[in-house]
Design a protein around this ligand. Structure first.
Ligand SMILES: Cc1ncc(C[n+]2csc(CCOP(=O)(O)OP(=O)(O)O)c2C)c(N)n1
Length: 204
């Protein structure tokens, strides 16, 4: 399955749910599929999208939250699966784009290319449902089903290893403030153009 097409499907089903996206291609494709204030792009925090998403889900139990990882990133933080299972937020879905590569740093193979089964690890960690999907229709079906019921759950989608041309905003303060404003948790005055030195968007 093509990761950008799958990201478009994800965004359509997510509606206004916040999405916390991993560095590299997951966030590049998310920006390309549709930049929106509810997208939280991680610049550099490899392996932390699932954990940041978990924290958000726990802090905002009334809101559906989606974490978006790459396989290489999740492999750096497998412990996050055990913590998701342990804290078990019903509003949390973790989606993993598994291209079996560290694409961004030169297409080096990850352990999933040799058979490591991230959905199996998620289940063994205690997450009640984890799906491994290969085709776009299969992904959409699993996604729709999981967004319609209580989590936590994980979907690991096998995707092609293409470099995404997407470029999300790069200013971390802008991303954070815009995200918090969209969630209604921003401090007053944030993103107010009349406030001197207010954070500005756009890539640097
Ligand atoms: C702690 C840490 N180690 C290494 C890197 C360098 N790095 C950036 S992206 C990346 C590969 C990410 O792989 P994956 O999550 O599978 O996404 P893909 O690039 O395949 O889309 C690496 C190794 C980093 N940013 N942080």
């Amino acid at each position: 399955m093509n990761q950008l097409e799958a990201t478009r499907v994800l965004l359509r089903h997510a509606k206004d749910a916040p999405i916390v996206a991993s560095l590299g291609n997951p966030k590049y494709d998310l920006a390309l599929a549709g930049d929106r204030p509810q997208n939280f792009y991680l610049w550099g925090g490899m392996g932390l999208a699932g954990s940041v998403g978990l924290g958000l889900a726990l802090a905002q139990p009334g809101r559906r939250v989606i974490g978006l990882e790459g396989d290489g990133s999740l492999l750096m933080n497998l412990g996050s699966l055990a913590t998701i299972a342990w804290r078990a937020p019903r509003n949390y879905l973790l989606v993993v784009w598994d291209n079996a590569r560290y694409e961004l740093t030169g297409q080096q193979r990850t352990a999933t290319s040799a058979g490591a089964d991230l959905a199996g690890v998620a289940l063994a960690a205690g997450i009640p449902r984890a799906h491994r999907v290969k085709a776009l229709a299969e992904f959409e079906e699993a996604l729709a089903r999981e967004l319609a019921q209580d989590g936590p759950a994980v979907i690991v989608a096998a995707v092609d290893a293409a470099r995404s041309p997407g470029r999300p905003p790069k200013d971390p303060v802008f991303i954070k403030d815009r995200f918090m404003a969209a969630l209604g948790t921003a401090a007053p005055g944030v993103l107010d153009p009349t406030v001197p030195d207010a954070p500005k968007g756009g890539a640097r």
